[in-house]
Structure formats: C-alpha cells, structure tokens
Write a protein that binds this ligand. Structure first.
Ligand code: 3US
Length: 345
C-alpha cells in the first residue's frame, strides 16, 4: 500500500513535530497550507538563522499544491530546526524559549488551535458576540486589549464564567502567564474545550512558549461545588451581555461574598456607574463595588472597528464603611441637638 503522503514540521524547541496529511485541507476561513507556511514563518521570526536555511523566497513563492516542492521545503526547515535544537541544547537556550508568545504570534496560535479543534463551527450554533465563530477576527483583539489594560500579572488567578470552548482562558494563560480557570456547562463546547486544550499544549510546546496553568471545567458556575474557584479568583470575566435579569441577579449574589480587591470584568454593568448608597440601595452589590466603564476596539484594524465598552468592577467595602460612619456622625449630631419645635413651646 502506498505510504500515505504527509508533511512533517520539526520544532527547534519543542518535542513533538507537527504532521499535516496530504492533500492539505482548505475550507472556508481555514487553509492548512497557509497555516503551515505561517507557522514556519513564525519560527523563523524567533530563529533568524533558520530563516537563512529556509531561504525566505521559498516561503513567498512556493507552489502550495506541489507535494514534492512542499516536502522539500519542509525537509530543509526540519534539518535546520534539528541543527538548532542540537546546538540549543549546548549553549543556554535563546531568550525567546520559555517566554510568553508575542500578541501576534498568540493570535496565530489561537486561530490555529481553534481551526484544528472545531472542524464544523456550526455545531456550536452560538452566534452571540464573542462566539467562537467570530473569535479569531474580533474578540481576540478585544480580550488582548483588556488583558493589557488590566495589567494582569503571573500572581493573578483568572476565571472565565461560562468559558465556552475555552478560547479566552487559553489566551489569558498564554498572554499573562497566570493560573486560569474556565467553567462551561454545555456538553458540546465543553467537549470541544478538551480538543482546544490538546492542540494548545502541542502548539505552545512546538513554538517553545510559556503559559500559566489552566483548567477548563465542565459544570454550572451557579453550582456550589464551583464556588471555590470563584472565591479564589482575583480576576473574573463574565460576558453577561445576553444573561437575563434573573441570572445577573444570581451572579451579584455570588459576587457579594468575594474579597476586597477582586476585579470583575463584564460586558453588562453590575451596578450603575453613578451608584449612590442610600438606605434603599444599601443591600445592592453596588454598595461594595467601584465601577468604571472602559472601551477597547474589537477587531484588528482599529480605525474601522466599533469601540466596544466593557465594565470593570473592583470589590471595595470601604465605600460602605464610610457610609455607615457618616450615618453614625449624622445620628450623633441629630441626637445632640434639641429639636427647634420643642424649645418654642
Ligand atoms: C438557574 C439558571 O438560570 N440556570 C441557567 C443558566 C446557568 C448559568 N451557569 C452557567 N454555567 C456555566 N456555563 C454557562 C452558564 N451560563 C452560560 N454558560 C456558557 O457560557 C458560554 C458563552 N460565554 C462565552 C464563551 C467564551 N468566553 C468569553 O467570551 N469570555 C469573555 C468574558 C468577558 C469578556 C469581556 C472582557 C468583554 C467582558 C469577553 C469575553 C458567555 C457569552 C457567557 C456558553 O457556552 C454557555 O453554555
């Protein structure tokens, strides 16, 4: 039987080579030949001497449908990559190894991981904003803006409530190098999330990039069993735009027990920006929140994209403490004054 044709790409830093079966697939929005060339280009980006070996012009003008030419190019790439790995194991590893991926490389990886994990996106039929279908070209950049805006560090613990196929969790783990969790209740995206995890681990190893520990959990974030994840998180994302008032109310109940300093980022505010503590609003979540409205551009060419607003809430009980102190002072003042009317009588 003729050996099945395939193309193999060794990595100068990772262990497992990437295999493409021939002929390469090309369906709407996902072209394996393009992905293969882009992946080689990204590794050349990190290893200039690889670029020399691969003679950049091949990457630009090769006939992608010619198996012999493509496998020749891969062989040259692999020989050079193997040399680097042999050399690399000698001298101290170049600084790009074990570092977080750049914003653009991570975007390429996330699209790659998604394309390989979700072959038929229609099965997800969740055409909400940030749904996986539009993830690559739009909300990747928005989430990347939010990550840099919030200055998430390795010491943060991140949680995406209702994490879908896990794309945001993986993105934050790679971009911020912090511990990340996602909780997803629906069987279909939760299963895809396992694929996403496998592909993500393989590609991050192949590129030699670092990322924080992460766990994509299958469950309902309202379930008490999952409260420990919510409780220990320092940054919680909830894309609650399409949640009904009942579910948003349940979210607020959950958030009322979180520690001061916890940051909650949502697409629909949890309390009005001008929230004012009064005897009537005392028990609202807003009385322990500092709310601010931020905006980022969705999509990758910032001048044509509509700015998207999102809301940052920081748990802060000092607001409530100040209110009670004021109330106490007011009552003390009132009780020390003799009411006007009585004096006249
Ligand atoms: C009693 C009751 O009402 N029960 C029904 C409701 C149950 C609520 N509990 C849930 N638990 C777990 N997962 C559930 C439950 N509700 C629904 N989801 C899942 O959320 C997923 C959808 N996700 C998006 C998945 C991808 N992640 C993101 O887009 N994340 C994200 C977060 C924040 C932002 C910004 C920065 C803009 C604020 C941007 C992106 C959002 C829209 C909620 C779907 O797959 C749902 O199945």
């Amino acid at each position: 039987k003729k050996k099945d044709k395939s193309l193999k790409l060794n990595s100068p830093v990772g262990l497992t080579p990437v295999i493409y079966r021939w002929p390469l697939q090309s369906q709407e929005g996902y072209d394996e030949a393009h992905e293969l060339i882009e992946s080689m280009r990204w590794v050349c980006h990190d290893f200039p001497d690889l670029r020399v070996a691969v003679e950049n012009y091949i990457l630009d003008r090769i006939d992608l449908s010619d198996y012999d030419r493509m496998s020749l190019m891969c062989d040259r790439f692999n020989r050079a990559a193997d040399n680097i790995r042999r050399l690399g194991s000698g001298i101290e590893p170049p600084k790009c190894i074990g570092a977080p991926p750049s914003r653009d490389l991570l975007k390429h990886i996330m699209v790659q991981v998604y394309n390989r994990s979700i072959p038929d996106p229609d099965k997800l039929n969740s055409y909400q904003p940030f749904s996986p279908q539009v993830y690559g070209e739009s909300s990747y950049d928005l989430v990347a803006d939010v990550i840099s805006e919030l200055k998430i560090t390795e010491d943060d613990i991140f949680l995406d409530l209702g994490s879908g196929v896990g794309n945001v969790v993986l993105q934050v783990a790679a971009a911020a190098n912090c511990t990340c969790y996602g909780i997803e209740k629906n069987e279909i995206p939760a299963d895809y999330a396992k694929e996403m995890e496998e592909e993500f681990l393989q590609w991050m190893d192949w590129y030699g990039k670092s990322f924080g520990d992460f766990e994509l959990l299958h469950g309902d974030f309202l379930d008490a069993d999952n409260y420990s994840y919510i409780k220990k998180s320092t940054i919680i994302f909830v894309n609650n735009f399409a949640f009904g008032p009942r579910l948003n109310h349940k979210l607020k109940e959950i958030f009322s027990g979180l520690s001061d300093g916890t940051r909650i980022v949502t697409s629909l505010e949890l309390a009005p920006l001008n929230f004012h503590i009064t005897p009537r609003t005392l028990s609202d979540l807003g009385s322990i929140l500092r709310v601010s409205k931020l905006s980022a551009t969705e999509g990758n060419v910032s001048w044509t994209d509509k700015p998207v607003s999102y809301y940052l809430h920081v748990i802060d009980r000092t607001k409530l403490e100040k209110y009670f102190q004021q109330q106490k002072r007011k009552e003390e003042r009132e009780s020390s004054m003799v009411p006007e009317g009585r004096a006249k009588r």
